[in-house]
Ligand binder design. Structure first.
Ligand code: IMP
Length: 231
């Protein structure tokens, strides 16, 4: 019986949030931070689904353990779905949140249709490839100018009709209740006993998972980090 699920992220906020959600289930949550400098998946998919699966499957394959990953971003109707999977680097590879917001507001200048949504896909994969997928969506509008100072990313320019406020004006609890990630995570948590059963079944059906050393060699990582085991 497996009892470890790796969260394919180093983001401390996401790790804490997920650990809290599944704290009553018989599973240990680890994150990439527990494994040292291991290679990470390249997020070059065309959809949130592609990227979430890539991250989850790559991590599962490399570590020989089931893994869970999410991918999310902002989708703006008048911009044909942009920034979408390029949300983090909309204004360039090293763009800051402020750069991305400035570019978005410029693109939306004079635009009447302000409809937008945050979307999140969560993928849970086993080393041999099969995966479960969960989705969450939060609809809103792009404001004419930033409002509020909490949150991150596009929060100050995303108006949430449920609260009549921008995401950056909400407390963490308020945002989690309606956000794309909150909704996708709630779905996972609601079905988590089934997820654990599915994982246990997949893992007994396939050969015992082993860390994929080829991935490490291919990525030129040293012997030292190749076989770090989870204790
Ligand atoms: P990630 O997939 O969670 O890393 O998100 C990718 C990018 O989408 C982030 O860098 C943000 O620009 C944007 N994004 C995702 N979720 C949110 C959110 O809840 N608020 C604001 N921006 C977000």
């Amino acid at each position: 019986m497996f009892n470890i699920l790796v969260l394919a992220t180093r983001n401390k906020g996401k790790i804490r949030e997920f650990q809290e959600l599944v704290k009553d289930f018989p599973v240990e949550i680890r994150s990439l931070a527990d494994f040292g400098p291991i290679p990470e998946a390249v997020e070059d998919g065309e959809t949130f689904d592609d990227n979430a699966y890539k991250k989850a499957h790559f991590t599962a394959k490399v570590l020989g353990l089931p893994a869970i990953a999410d991918d999310s971003g902002l989708v703006v109707e008048a911009l044909g779905g942009a920034p979408g999977v390029r949300s983090a680097r909309y204004a360039g590879e090293k763009a800051s949140d402020a750069d991305n917001i400035a570019k978005l507001l410029k693109e939306m200048q004079g635009e009447k249709n302000r409809k937008a949504a945050f979307e999140c896909v969560i993928s849970i994969a086993v080393p041999s490839g099969p995966a479960l997928t969960y989705e969450g969506r939060c609809e809103g509008e792009i404001l004419e100018e930033p409002r509020g100072s909490d949150g991150f990313g596009y929060d100050p320019v995303f108006y949430c009709p449920e609260y009549g406020k921008s995401f950056a004006e909400l407390s963490m609890e308020e945002k989690n209740r309606v956000s794309h990630r909150g909704r996708a995570m709630a779905e996972v948590a609601r079905e988590f006993d089934l997820v654990l059963k599915w994982l246990a079944q997949r893992l007994t059906e396939e050969k015992p998972p082993k860390p994929d050393h080829e991935q490490f060699e291919h990525n030129d990582w040293s012997e030292e980090v190749m076989v770090r085991e989870v204790k």
